[in-house]
Design a protein around this ligand. Structure first.
Ligand code: DAH
Length: 362
């Protein structure tokens, strides 16, 4: 049974709780009622003075009231916390569709995407939309991965010491170590590492003992490999034509496939695009520019990777990333790519938050 003074205290606490506008006000109510010298605590302390026959009942009523007030406090606290969270979410709302704020030119915070990185982003976007996945491999390769498994004969010039950077020592399998001269070893690593069907590109650094306006000892290539049943030259031609037109943003770019030789493909084809030799303009113009190497994966390469050439076929291709970047943007010299000259970087950098451009797409 609740006596009048307890009913009044309860009503008072309820009102104070309802009126508490935030968590701080709520805590003040808690202290005023349940704190050391709070109103309810005062009544509990006064129990001793209550006549013995009424004390038990009064004590029980006070405890019930205490529990009730505590429950009311918790409930109000939950409401206020939810309100506070909603208010914060509203205040801290971020419009992710806003364009980035431009940095003042020349400030340290100014940054951009290097043209090589941007080309890799674009390649990845275009081949990604055709179902290719990106794989990576080590810069220091075993010579079987870089040459032997790719059917590159011992007398091939690429194997000679003055063309290739060899490292001291061998790997665990006894292979001579080389700075990879091409991204083609990723064909071998992928075919050995997973069963077909395979559809990968492998962009990355490559190394050769070369240095002039169009060659650097370190440069980048991207390799492509497709392995499946019933893959034909038609797939190769369609895939590379679509890629070149999307990458250069010219929907009717002339593309020519010219018979050639690579040890790891049979037949092999060099791919040319149409351009104007005089103006340097890509597209029409009647001249041809060699752009990449490709072919149907050689049966010996498939067999070296444990695949039966009668069951699995595929095509592969490889191209220089600097080369296609220079052609796309009309850059005359390869060397500034690696010189970190801020004027060059500012001129050619892509905006960091702009998505890789696919032009007309594929
Ligand atoms: N690895 C060759 C090079 O560095 C490029 C290449 C040509 C890669 C033909 C291929 C290919 O996969 O099929 O010159």
């Amino acid at each position: 049974m609740m006596t009048d003074d307890l009913a009044a205290l309860r009503a008072e606490a309820e009102m104070a709780l309802a009126g508490a506008a935030d968590l701080r006000a709520l805590d003040a109510v808690r202290v005023a009622v349940l704190g050391k010298s709070g109103s309810l605590s005062g009544l509990l302390k006064g129990l001793g003075a209550v006549p013995a026959e009424a004390r038990k009942e009064r004590g029980a009523a006070l405890n019930r009231l205490k529990n009730e007030v505590e429950a009311l406090l918790e409930a109000r606290k939950a409401v206020l916390e939810a309100e506070a969270l909603t208010a914060r979410l509203k205040a801290e709302r971020l419009d992710v569709s806003l364009p980035p704020r431009p940095f003042a030119p020349g400030t340290a915070a100014e940054g951009g995407i290097h043209p090589i990185s941007r080309t890799i982003e674009e390649l990845t976007a275009i081949f990604g939309s055709m179902g290719f996945r990106v794989v990576e491999g080590p810069d220091i390769e075993g010579d079987w991965y870089n040459f032997g498994a790719l059917n590159i004969p011992d007398h091939h010039p690429a194997r000679q010491d003055h063309d290739t950077f060899y490292m001291p020592g061998t790997d665990a399998a006894g292979q001579r170590l080389v700075l990879r001269t091409q991204t083609s070893p990723l064909q071998i690593r992928t075919m050995l590492g997973e069963p077909p069907p395979i559809r990968i590109i492998a962009p990355g650094r490559t190394y050769r003992a070369d240095h002039d306006a169009t060659h650097s000892p370190m440069f980048h290539q991207v390799e492509g490999l497709v392995i499946d049943r019933g893959i034909t030259l038609g797939h190769l031609k369609g895939c590379l034509t679509d890629f070149l037109r999307a990458f250069f943003g010219i929907s009717d770019l002339p593309v020519r496939f010219r018979s050639s030789y690579f040890p790891f493909t049979e037949p092999s084809m060099e791919v040319d695009i149409g351009w104007n030799r005089k103006t340097g303009e890509l597209g029409g113009g009647g001249d041809w520019l060699e752009i990449l190497g490709s072919g149907m994966v050689h049966p010996k390469v498939l067999a070296n990777c444990g695949l039966d050439p009668r069951e699995w076929q595929g095509f592969a291709f490889g191209m220089g990333i600097e080369r296609i970047t220079m052609l796309k943007h009309g850059m005359p010299d390869l060397r500034p790519f690696y010189e970190s000259d801020l004027r060059w970087l500012r001129h050619w950098a892509a905006e960091p938050l702009a998505p890789a451009s696919l032009h007309e797409g594929i």
